[in-house]
Design a binder for this molecule. Sequence first.
Ligand code: ARG
Length: 463
Amino acid sequence: MSQDQNTDKPWGGRFSEPTDEFVERFTASVNFDKRLYRVDIAGSIAHATMLARQDILTQEEGALIIKGLEDIRDEIEAGIFEWSVSLEDVHMNIESALTRKIGDVGKKLHTGRSRNDQVATDIRLYLREAIDSVCLSIRQVQKGIVSLAENEVETIMPGFTHLQTAQPVSFAHHLLAWFEMLQRDFERMQDCRKRVNVSPLGAAALAGTSFPIDRHLTAELLGFDRPAANSLDAVSDRDFAIEFCAAASLLMTHMSRMSEELVIWTSAQFNFIELPDRFCTGSSIMPQKKNPDVPELVRGKSGRVYGHLVALLTLMKSQPLAYNKDNQEDKEPLFDTLDTISDCLKAFADMIPAIRANKDNMRKATLQGFSTATDLADYLVRKGMAFRDAHEVVGKTVAFGVQESKDLAEMTLAELQDFSKDIEEDIFDVLSLEGSLNARNHVGGTAPEQVRAAIKNAKDLLQ
Ligand code: ARG
């Protein structure tokens, strides 16, 4: 085969036959990495600016290259740019288009860099923007949670352990637990961003470059905190992407837990809340059904995000320094993780503030299941009984209640006194749901006063 048949490839020089058609398709990434075009062009503009500033390119060459790159960006955004699989990836597609557009000067853009530092720079720029947008979305969900919680401070529901009725809690208190989970997810994303925001540019293929480049300048032009300290590390590691997927996995864990509760609460058996019709779907056979599809899907989508985390960990594992083509496989898991969490957060931001609490049903459920048993035990302790003895007494009282189908507050004083002479008339305040909530009046507790303070803190944080 003649060498001519490989001239479309920027690296075609040393090859004497064209790439196998299957191999071309197998090794290409343009179909999924073209979404990096904007950051790729931004990185190239910063690189060209620096080359001109350092007299590695003339001012005219630099200006011509930058103008050409901007025009290409416009063409891509107008949907008239033609992507070619034979040009492998987003980088070579854009570079080839540049040379077609401005002539041989375009071939100078790649001076002092490699696709290895280029792609590492692109992913970091892309991920940095994505993290900022994910953080905004987390904030939206947190706002939705607080706005719902504000109306539900006095709404009492059973708190559960083992999904068995445990103690009465304010519905707002439960919602604020979700808020806290998301707050940690927010902080994890912010923390991950610090390690993303470091510039690989200038590391070139792996060892740096023989040209007098200014890595501080390109880092600054691209808004990075600093240039990466080691060129081998800069082109090879994708730990920042793994870290992002780990933070995303925990976020999905949290959203799956919220989803699960929404699914349980909307069931006919619980009937604690109502999701708006627009977030549910029906059944093609059972006319009565209103299925909580959105939370179920969010719950289900956690699986693919965990999968992507494991994929990236496995991708990186045992890779020798420096760049290996394996790393091209970082993009699809990363992009899908991003798309998935963005969609899930969007669904939650819209859905949560639209939840309606069925307060009466929540209250009825709390009045069953001996949710104030701990309050009775604490009462006996205050009267001087040791907690373990009080636990025993209340256990017997509950057994009686089960037998008689009576909750504690439904028993007469005489019935209660059969179990302990310490019990007096004031017990009925203690056994009321409001009494139980109000008693837990300390930081982090479910007393309405504390829940109101927690809402205020949450709102301050969201300012
Ligand atoms: N498409 C490649 C990737 O995503 C770009 C870097 C290619 N570098 C190389 N030496 N083949 O990793």
